[in-house]
Design a protein around this ligand. Structure first.
Ligand SMILES: Nc1nc2c(c(=O)[nH]1)N[C@H]1C(S)=C(S)[C@@H](COP(=O)(O)OP(=O)(O)OC[C@H]3O[C@@H](n4cnc5c(=O)[nH]c(N)nc54)[C@H](O)[C@@H]3O)O[C@H]1N2
Ligand SMILES: Nc1nc2c(c(=O)[nH]1)N[C@H]1C(S)=C(S)[C@@H](COP(=O)(O)OP(=O)(O)OC[C@H]3O[C@@H](n4cnc5c(=O)[nH]c(N)nc54)[C@H](O)[C@@H]3O)O[C@H]1N2
Ligand SMILES: [Mo]
Length: 710
């Protein structure tokens, strides 16, 4: 970090990105200009360093391609031809179209599509909910990520933060399961290195030998979508070899006998066939995990990205109770600790404004909804997209594009840049970047409350999402107090500031300090479930889930506060292995022989920064990793351009021959802007619309493709 020069003002902020690290920022400002953004050296997780994505974040604010004024489409949808209009003109145009649509079809013909481009409480995931609930729009379920895992987690252990990532330093055996931490949770990795230095063993379960796998002691290459079988196989060994913590199980769990019966169906030899992991490795993993305490599991989101992903997360989440790992500091598991934060989501989302009988559409089904496949009545006639870039990020992207091309559809996009999604908008509204806005960040990888304070003025006519919705509300004639609350008034109600976890934490103190740790125990002493205290209906770890009686549900945060309609297909009270549909020898689409996984890019944050030269340089062109034998069979050499395709679509990339993937597996990182690639398309044109068995999540890892040399 450069020494501050005279005249440099430091403003405390927090990283806006959808990432478990939520770093503490220091904005360096001179004469109203943002000179640099650095990591706060005092923050226990940030430790003074930002990641490759954010370490030239100041310049990102001055990217000449930023959208600075509202735009109106003047060419065909997708062409990117626009002309500037004033904000008032944009608001008037939106009101006019929406009023017409509401008169003809009712407000449910309008839908919001929002994800986590920004992770604030004012400007993030839930920023449009109050407005669209007030409008009476179709509810968009936001199931891009963690909705399956969180449903599974809550079914099993309840809404608990679980293991603190910082406590990993005290573990003796660490399994990083379906997570590429060095790319995606970089600031959590030092705690693992600390444990490793003290002799802990680190295991990575991932189909790909990732950077993280290379930094571990043992990489277990699992076939995508078979994690549930592996967990059941581990349980079978743990139970058969009597490595169970019977005292813990008797006191703090329910459903052991039923789980035992289920696990008995999964001896290591059967699990080896399903997962591709040798039976002896499964035995060894189970024994070591059970007997090396404290043992910890860091769960990644990738476990959910398969048809059986929800039950897989329930099974993985059940493991620590079986072996009593929760007894110890550093033992247990973490999905995401967000549940320890006492958010006041009812205030943020205003579910009380939802009109009875309002329909719910999973955002991941937007393409199918727009093209008529879902037979919606009334049809969707308008979509409002902010904080998300579905043309790049959403599975079955060609279906999405087909829908967005509809001439009779009125699309509004709020964006920072002219993304591939923005190109389909009728009206574009310009948004602010983090140094220009005020917010309390949501964090999902550590236990600190983080405040972001504005450091510089917003350029042009850019406004934060919260202000955009205030203006839209006023334009639509909403006269509730809610729309005149200042940011501070809103923030003062975003949390239950009187909750025990928030004791001693105030907005005033946060303005001074930037961040404060929740009162939920310090990393070296925290063992939240040493004596049970699970947040399930029974207060125990539910191997047999009482919440299964609700059917397949989506956690209210992702469902926009709406809980009434939470029934769905029945859910087995005892989690099971649900096989992938496409992956595997006889899967659907068997004529496409390769399983493609499309994980997070190292140098982009989903699709953000994929338009920045520095990150493009670090990330390189779209690559497609395949095993040398699969390459040879197709006449593909290292560095050749290849076409990756299936029935759903095709994209191109450069072949990277490597035995970091096994035969039959291919890997292509996510995040490229289709318009910036040679084929005009990216990985999500190949992924399917299918959902994971819980929480409406996607199944991006269950994807069969063929690869050919160009
Ligand atoms: N650099 C960077 N960091 C990020 C992001 C980013 O885009 N770039 N995105 C952020 C977001 S939104 C999220 S949700 C997190 C997610 O971060 P992670 O939880 O790490 O998730 P993924 O990158 O989807 O996948 C992680 C690993 O899972 C493997 N995998 C794929 N399918 C399976 C499977 O079926 N089973 C198992 N065991 N492993 C599988 C992949 O090969 C990959 O190496 O990262 C955040 N951090
Ligand atoms: N194949 C495949 N697909 C995946 C995944 C995968 O692993 N594989 N991962 C999935 C996961 S985990 C996730 S979380 C999703 C992420 O999907 P998205 O949330 O859609 O991801 P981003 O690319 O971050 O897009 C966010 C957009 O919001 C814009 N934005 C940022 N801040 C603001 C703001 O303050 N206001 C407004 N109005 N706009 C803003 C950005 O410019 C960006 O274009 O992708 C999912 N898609
Ligand atoms: Mo995500």
């Amino acid at each position: 970090m450069a020494a501050p020069t005279i005249g440099t003002r430091i403003v405390r902020g927090a990283c806006p990105q959808d990432c478990p690290d939520t770093c503490a920022f220091l904005y360096h400002v001179e004469d109203g200009k943002l000179m640099d953004v650095t990591g706060d050296p005092e923050h226990p997780m940030t430790r003074g360093g930002l990641c490759v994505k954010l370490n030239n974040y100041a310049e990102h604010h001055y990217n000449p391609d930023r959208l600075l004024h509202p735009l109106k489409r003047v060419g065909p949808k997708g062409s990117g031809q626009y002309q500037p209009i004033t904000y008032d003109e944009a608001l008037a145009a939106i009101k006019q179209r929406w009023t017409g649509i509401i008169d003809q079809y009712g407000p449910q013909a309008i839908m919001n599509h929002c994800y986590l481009g920004n992770q604030g409480t004012l400007n993030g995931l839930t920023s449009g909910d109050a407005f669209f609930n007030r409008l009476g729009a179709t509810i968009g379920e936001k199931c891009y990520c963690e909705s399956g895992s969180s449903t599974a987690w809550i079914m099993t252990v309840g809404p608990t933060g679980g293991l603190d990532v910082e406590s990993l330093a005290y573990a003796k055996y660490i399994i990083v399961w379906g997570m590429n931490m060095i790319s995606t949770n970089l600031h959590g990795w030092p705690f693992i290195l600390e444990a490793k230095a003290k002799g802990a063993k680190v295991v990575v379960i991932d189909p790909v030998r990732t950077r993280t796998a290379k930094g571990a002691d043992w990489h277990i290459a699992i076939r995508p979508g078979t994690d549930g079988a592996l967990a059941l196989g581990m349980m079978q060994v743990i139970i058969a070899e009597n490595l169970v913590d019977h005292d813990y199980v008797a006191n703090y769990t329910v459903g052991y006998e039923e789980l035992k019966a289920r696990a008995a169906e999964f001896p290591p030899e059967r699990v080896a066939e399903i997962t591709g992991i040798p039976a002896d490795d499964i035995r060894k993993l189970a024994r070591e995990y059970a007997t090396t305490q404290p043992s910890a599991i860091r769960q990644g989101v990738a476990i959910e990205r398969s048809p059986g992903g929800g039950d897989a997360v329930r099974l993985v989440t059940s493991l620590p109770a079986l072996v009593g790992a929760w007894r110890h500091v550093g033992g247990g598991t973490v999905e995401m600790p967000i549940w320890d934060f006492p958010f006041n989501f009812d205030f943020i989302q205003r579910p009380d404004w939802i009109r009875p009988g309002t329909r719910v559409v999973n955002e991941l089904d937007l393409g199918r909804a727009l093209t008529g496949e879902l037979n919606l009545d009334p049809p969707l006639m308008s979509v409002f997209i902010h904080n998300s870039n579905p043309v790049s990020q959403q599975q079955n992207a060609n279906k999405m594009i087909e829908g967005l091309q509809r001439e009779d559809l009125f699309t509004v996009v709020s964006e920072l840049f002219m993304t591939d999604t923005a190109r389909y908008a009728d009206i574009i509204l310009p948004a602010t970047l983090q140094a220009e806005q005020y917010d309390l960040q949501v964090t999902w990888g550590h236990l600190y409350v983080m405040l972001n304070q504005p450091a510089i003025a917003a350029p042009g006519e850019c406004v934060p999402n919260v202000e955009m919705f205030r203006r839209l509300a006023k334009t639509m004639g909403f006269d509730d107090d809610y729309w005149s609350f200042s940011d501070d008034e809103l923030l003062s109600r975003m949390y239950d500031w009187n909750a025990p976890a928030m004791q001693g934490i105030t907005l005033e103190k946060l303005k001074e300090k930037g961040w404060m740790r929740l009162n939920v125990g310090l990393p070296h002493e925290r063992a939240p479930h040493a004596k049970g205290h699970f947040k399930t209906p029974s207060g125990k770890c539910e191997f047999k889930a009482s919440a299964a009686a609700n059917g397949n549900f989506v956690v209210p945060v992702w469902r926009n506060g709406y809980t009434e309609m939470q029934s769905g297909e029945p859910v087995d009270p005892i989690p099971n292995y649900i096989p992938p549909v496409e992956v595997g020898a006889n899967g659907h689409m068997a004529r496409y022989p390769l399983n493609l996984v499309s994980p997070k890019p190292h140098a982009f944050l989903n699709s953000q920064y994929a338009n920045e030269p520095y990150q493009q340089g670090r990330q390189g062109e779209q690559r497609v990793m395949i095993h040398p034998k699969d390459a040879e069979a197709r006449g593909v050499k290292n560095g050749d351009y290849v076409r990756v395709f299936n029935d759903r679509g095709a994209f191109e990339g450069r072949a990277e021959l490597s035995d970091d993937v096994v035969e039959g597996l291919a890997m292509a990182p996510l995040g490229y802007w289709p318009s910036l690639t040679r084929s005009g398309s990216a990985v999500n044109v190949t992924t399917s619309s299918r959902h994971c068995n819980l929480g409406g999540a996607g199944t991006q890892s269950d994807n069969r493709v063929e690869i050919a040399r160009i």
